[in-house]
Ligand binder design. Structure first.
Ligand code: ADP
Ligand code: MG
Length: 245
């Protein structure tokens, strides 16, 4: 099982520019172990970039990243990437591999499990997302929602301490969104530490413990969902909510 004794993640004063485009302008984001932080905000505000900086797919220009209170910026970046599972809008499954192989591959390569052990753990994860019966199928023969659940199983199989979701339901047909959100809500309730970038205001409001509203590379407001959704303090958040709700 996943180790829930660690996984408090903090980004402090994070800055990142792409050329002259100053995309992250001093972001603070804190997620306490066992809780879910949602990140909302308009397109282009820097949400995806923030996730990529916080798992060190991109190095910040300035600022710090702490896991369980300890700065990780001097460690090998691969270490943090393995401790944080990531689920994207596009599922990024290997099309020519079976569902089982998609989940077990990283277990063999990164966790160095034997073939049998990787298979057993992969089947266990697939069972948890309700797709054990699809183990031998190819991704193309699954619905988008099922493919995303496989991608989630693949990330969970690595036993991450924190899970990042970047608009995990945005590419799905409307009728498939619910199943994936329900799985994410189950994970949250089960004590997984999660950072969820989402356009699903229902999830943000009802499932997450904290909400961070970003606009143009800054955190404009953050707080408990009740405060963010019923008492927005800034015109920017009020405007955003009136656009999306
Ligand atoms: P969001 O996820 O909130 O829609 P992004 O983090 O994707 O926002 O993008 C924020 C800004 O950074 C945008 O102006 C985008 O064009 C720019 N950007 C994102 N990724 C790159 C990249 N790899 N190279 C250059 N600019 C990028
Ligand atoms: Mg994005």
């Amino acid at each position: 099982m996943t180790d829930f004794t660690s996984g408090t993640l903090t980004g402090k004063n994070l800055h990142l520019s792409f050329g002259h485009n100053h995309v992250l302008r001093g972001i603070d984001l804190h997620v306490e172990k066992g809780t879910t932080a949602s990140v909302i905000g308009p397109s282009g505000s820097g949400k995806s970039t923030l996730l990529r900086v916080m798992n060190r797919l991109i190095e910040p220009d300035q600022g710090d990243i702490l896991l369980d209170g300890r700065s990780v910026l001097k460690d090998n970046p691969d270490e943090l990437r393995q401790r944080i599972g990531m689920v994207f809008q596009q599922f990024n499954l290997f099309p020519h591999k079976t569902v089982l192989d998609n989940v077990s591959l990283a277990l063999r390569k990164l966790r160095k499990l034997s073939k049998d052990q990787a298979r057993a753990e992969a089947l266990e994860q697939l069972d948890l997302v309700g797709l054990k019966h699809k183990a031998d199928a190819r991704p193309a023969n699954l619905s988008g929602g099922q493919q995303q659940r496989v991608a989630i199983a693949r990330a969970l199989a690595m036993k991450p301490e924190v899970m990042f979701f970047d608009e995990a339901t945005s590419a799905l047909d409307p009728e498939l969104v619910k199943g994936v959100l329900a799985l994410m809500a189950d994970l949250a309730k089960g004590g997984m530490t999660m950072v969820v970038v989402t356009h699903e205001m229902g999830f943000s409001r009802n499932v997450s413990d904290t909400v961070t509203f970003m606009d143009a590379g800054v955190v404009v407001e953050s707080g408990p969902p009740e405060q963010i959704f019923t008492a927005p303090a800034t015109d920017r958040l009020k405007g955003f909510l009136s656009d999306v709700l």
